[in-house]
Design a protein around this ligand. Structure first.
Ligand code: SAM
Length: 277
């Protein structure tokens, strides 16, 4: 083609039919397709009869492969970048190639399509007005709790990706730190075993504990309410007073009267908060 372009192409998140006409047309016309796992992408490409030279790049090889991709584009080739599923760069590789292409003044053309965040958020029933996308929470529990603490006061809906073997533990941590909020768990979206659970965190945890946990999951959690924020503020005041030398009991008494909230809850939450910090 001699066009020197980099196309960033979204591919299905499960159902192979979820691909745009423009994505197919692009994959058919480019000189190379850069993908993560060649075997995985071949299922999609074979389904649509697309035969192209593949450049395999995955996160560990992204830097080296990015140079290869940039050099090819500079010699007049066109490359489509795809990942195993969804939109490149969204909890997936892509960012390194894109920033190198920007540095080199290469044209970058987005070919939009599916992504699990928006698919889950759109059917969650939770507010879509403002939302925060976190991607995967840290694997280490202390780091995960720290991240949740940073999020606990913000009022936007929060979207997480999570691996099946960690989902319950992450939900337990969310319940402890964010409180019993509304949540939507979207599993295997667009696939044969698609399933959506809605309820509060306690309900959904009970359901998951009783079911077989497998597949891919998105967790959408309601943002903090104003009342919750008041509670958080009160909790922080208790901790502040304690840092200034007051005993827990005394600090809780002062603050609970000030905010008109339960002494017992404030006492217990202040203990838990200190443990997770
Ligand atoms: N780039 C992808 C996107 O645009 O959504 C995300 C890739 S990330 C490595 C994979 C994670 O996305 C999974 O662990 C899961 O949390 C989420 N995910 C991807 N496909 C999904 C699906 N069909 N149903 C539910 N979650 C999905």
């Amino acid at each position: 083609m001699g066009e020197s372009k980099l196309y960033i192409v979204s591919t299905p998140i499960g159902n192979l039919e979820d691909i745009t006409l423009r994505a197919l047309e692009t994959l058919k016309k480019v000189d190379y397709i850069a993908c993560e796992d060649t075997e995985h992408s071949l299922k999609l490409l074979n389904h649509y009869g697309i035969k192209k030279p593949l450049i395999s790049y995955w996160s560990e090889k992204e830097k080296v492969r990015a140079e290869e991709i940039i050099n090819k584009i500079k010699t007049g080739k066109t490359i489509a970048l795809i990942t195993d599923a969804g939109t490149p760069g969204i909890s997936d590789p892509g960012a390194v190639v894109i920033s190198r292409a920007i540095q080199e003044g290469i044209d970058i053309i987005p070919i939009p399509g599916p992504t699990a965040i928006i698919t889950a958020l759109s059917i969650s029933g939770l507010s879509t007005e403002e939302f925060t996308f976190i991607g995967f929470l840290p694997v280490k529990q202390s780091q995960r709790k720290k991240k949740l603490l940073q999020l606990c006061r913000q009022q936007r809906t929060i979207v997480f990706y999570e691996a099946p073997h960690r989902i319950l533990q992450s939900l337990y941590d969310m319940l402890e730190i964010l409180g019993n909020r509304k949540v939507c768990i979207a599993r295997e979206l667009t696939k044969m075993f698609e399933e959506v659970l809605r309820g509060n965190l306690e309900d959904v945890i009970l359901k998951l504990e009783e079911s077989k946990i497998a597949g891919e999951y998105v967790i959408v959690v309601e943002g903090a309410s104003k009342v919750q924020n008041n509670f958080e503020e009160a909790l922080n005041e208790v901790l502040d007073l304690m840092k200034k030398g007051k005993g827990r009991k005394e600090a809780v008494k002062i603050v609970s009267e000030l905010y008109n909230i339960s002494k017992k809850e404030l006492y217990e939450k202040s203990l838990k908060r200190e443990e997770s910090e």
